[in-house]
Design a binder for this molecule. Structure first.
Ligand code: S3P
Length: 182
């Protein structure tokens, strides 16, 4: 597959887009861009603070701008999208046009295990969509169902991360894309 473009990682929160992305970027000799971090740099506050102070629509507007900045940046990078970035049709179109898009997948119970560490460390505020007083596995399962079509419509390649470490998932991404390191 043509490797003269960005590599975008999409999928649910907790699936490992940032940790897998970091490893893929290292092996490809590229920079990792993370849309959540780009939003935070632009806003001067954390994702959780933006959700709390201005609400989800304000966050999505910043996220859409971050997605565009990342996809239009040079040189080609590995870009980790926030879990909900594919909800915006313009982001889906731009990503498919300007990048190879990999959908990282994992069952909801595994997502819960992976997000629980950061939830504990932050006292429950690191992922505002999970901070609603409902069991995280219920919310994650519901969001995954609602978003399945958007992920499917955006992805060129699917990679199952279930039971895989971030390093193993990174290898699976490189194998599935056919992009050789170096
Ligand atoms: C969100 C996922 C988060 C972050 C925000 C909303 C979502 O990013 O953008 O909390 O809607 O799924 P990660 O997928 O990196 O956790």
């Amino acid at each position: 597959m043509d490797d003269r473009r960005h590599l975008v990682l999409i999928g649910m929160m907790g699936v490992g887009k940032s940790s897998v992305g970091r490893r893929v970027a290292l092996r490809l000799g590229r920079q990792l861009l993370d849309t959540d971090r780009l939003v935070e740099e632009e806003a001067g506050s954390t994702v959780a603070e933006i959700f709390a102070a201005e609400g989800e629509p304000a966050f999505r507007a910043l996220e859409n701008a971050a997605v565009r900045r990342a996809l239009e940046s040079e040189p080609f990078a590995v870009i980790a999208f926030g879990g909900g970035a594919v909800l915006e049709p313009a982001n889906r179109g731009l990503a498919r046009e300007l990048a190879l898009v990999v959908w990282l997948q994992a069952p909801a119970r595994e997502l819960v295990r992976r997000v629980s560490g950061s939830m504990r460390r932050s006292g429950g505020t690191a992922r505002p969509l999970l901070d609603q007083g409902r069991p995280p596995e219920v919310v994650l399962d519901e969001l995954a169902r609602q978003r399945e079509e958007a992920y499917r419509a955006t992805a060129h390649v699917l990679v199952d991360t279930a039971g895989r470490s971030p390093g193993q998932a990174a290898t699976a991404v490189l194998v599935a894309t056919g992009w050789a390191p170096g």
